[in-house]
Design a protein around this ligand. Structure first.
Ligand code: LLP
Length: 419
């Protein structure tokens, strides 16, 4: 755990702020992110890759709050986006569109136009049809769209199947065997300016070998293209570095990742682009929830809390493990429990068969490693307002997204006249 997360007088603190104090002020549940943690994570990447011309493009989908984006932009980050909405967020946060790369298999014409007009660094084009569409948008605007092809290197990243993307069978990218031909075609298009190669093989990756395999394939393709007279300036190797979800997990440090990547790039003319998301934000954030009831069946003990799968879907969706700690340390006695939410689904759990210190109604629990793919994947299922988000910096904290109200939830709905 980061040094700024600790118990002081038995109260769990993020930096100089007690989580219990935040709960008093904003209510529960809430997400809370540490500015210091995200800054240190970004700096670790920056230092690790400092020997190379590298642009770190924070992957906005991991946590797209404007305050988070502003913090990264102040640190010099660029952005990996996957929608027009994310582009708008980057602009609202004061980010530099010239440091934006745009991935995703289903970009619309409107999104393409907005990104060309904003002056993004390049598109990661994921299919031949998309390339033709982008070319026609470029021509319509009288501009050249800057392009990388996202290639699918057919590599097993050895992670959860739902977050593996570089397999031949996945929907992402253009098969690497076909890429050379598509590049030659793209290079002749009037509305396209070819400048880069991209791949992203998956997420929550602990084994560095798949990264090496992917980088080797990308560099070899880039060399072939340059020999063909195609001007490849950037190689974007995607994101995917894993983080610790269990306190004793040992993910590779960005410096280990940098060493193996930079070794492959040594002597090559290409600039490097990275798209990390989880490894910048995941462990900077927590979901804080309150115990509502305890319920003891003959087969299981349940701790029913006020946060649910709509707030943090990762346990239900990927069977992922998140450490849970009491916000106020009390009982030394332990119980094996399921921590569940109020939603009417058996999949609504934050932890199963987990040994936790005994808790009572009203106690607060911190669900760790929830800074990436936490709030952004939350929903209003069961007409539950999405929770507040808070940022902590030093001994200050501030709400960076208000808790939704019932009015927020209902305001777009209407009952038609024919009813
Ligand atoms: N670049 C592209 C094109 C991506 O699709 C992703 C993540 C990233 C970068 C950032 O990957 P990261 O560094 O965060 O691993 N919701 C899942 C994770 C989905 C990842 C989707 N793509 C989860 O909660 O585990």
């Amino acid at each position: 755990m980061h040094s700024s997360f600790q118990y002081k007088d038995e109260e769990f603190h993020m930096g100089g702020v007690s989580l219990a104090k935040i709960a008093e002020s904003v209510g529960t549940p809430f997400y809370v992110y540490s500015y210091e943690f995200l800054k240190d994570s970004f700096t670790a990447y920056k230092e690790a890759f400092s020997a190379m011309d590298t642009l770190i493009c924070y992957s906005v989908k991991a946590n797209s709050n404007l305050a988070v984006l502003k913090a990264f932009s102040d640190l010099g980050s660029g952005y990996d986006i996957v929608s027009g909405g994310e582009l708008l967020r980057v602009k609202r946060a004061g980010g530099d569109p010239g440091k934006v790369v745009f991935s995703g298999v289903g970009k619309t014409r409107e999104e393409m136009k907005a990104a060309i007009e904003a002056g993004i660094l390049f598109f990661n084009v994921e299919s031949e049809e998309e390339l033709h569409e982008l070319n026609s948008v470029g021509i319509e605007l009288g501009k050249k769209a800057p392009v990388a092809l996202r290639v699918n290197p057919d590599i097993d990243p050895k992670t959860h199947p739902y977050i593996s993307t570089g397999f031949k069978k996945s929907k992402f990218g253009i098969e690497i065997g076909r890429a050379f031909e598509v590049y030659k075609e793209a290079n002749k298009m009037e509305g396209i300016d070819v400048m880069a190669i991209d791949a992203h093989i998956g997420s929550q990756i602990f084994d560095l070998t798949p990264f090496v395999d992917s980088v080797k394939k990308l560099i070899s393709l880039a060399d072939d293209l340059v020999r063909e007279g195609i001007n490849i300036q950037y190689i974007d190797i995607g994101g995917g570095l894993g983080i610790s979800y269990k306190l004793d997990d040992k993910p590779p440090h960005p410096s280990m990742y940098a060493d193996i990547v930079m070794k492959e790039f040594s002597g090559k003319p290409y600039k490097l682009v990275l798209e990390p998301g989880r490894s910048l934000m995941g462990n900077s954030g927590m979901l804080v929830t309150k115990v509502l009831y305890l319920k003891e069946g003959t087969a299981k003990k349940f701790v029913i809390v006020d946060a649910a799968m709509n707030d943090l879907i990762r346990p239900a969706f990927y069977e992922s493990y998140h450490e849970i700690l009491p916000v106020i340390r009390g009982s030394e006695d332990k119980d094996v429990v399921d921590v569940v939410g109020p939603i009417c689904e058996s999949g609504d759990f934050l932890a199963q068969d987990r040994e936790l210190p005994k808790v009572s109604s009203g106690d607060l629990l911190a669900v760790l490693s929830a800074g990436a793919y936490g709030f952004v994947m939350s929903s209003n299922y069961n007409t539950r307002p999405r929770v507040a988000e808070v940022m902590v910096k030093g001994d200050q904290f501030s709400v960076i997204r208000e808790r939704e109200t019932y009015d927020d939830l209902l305001k777009l709905e209407q009952i038609p006249d024919f009813l």
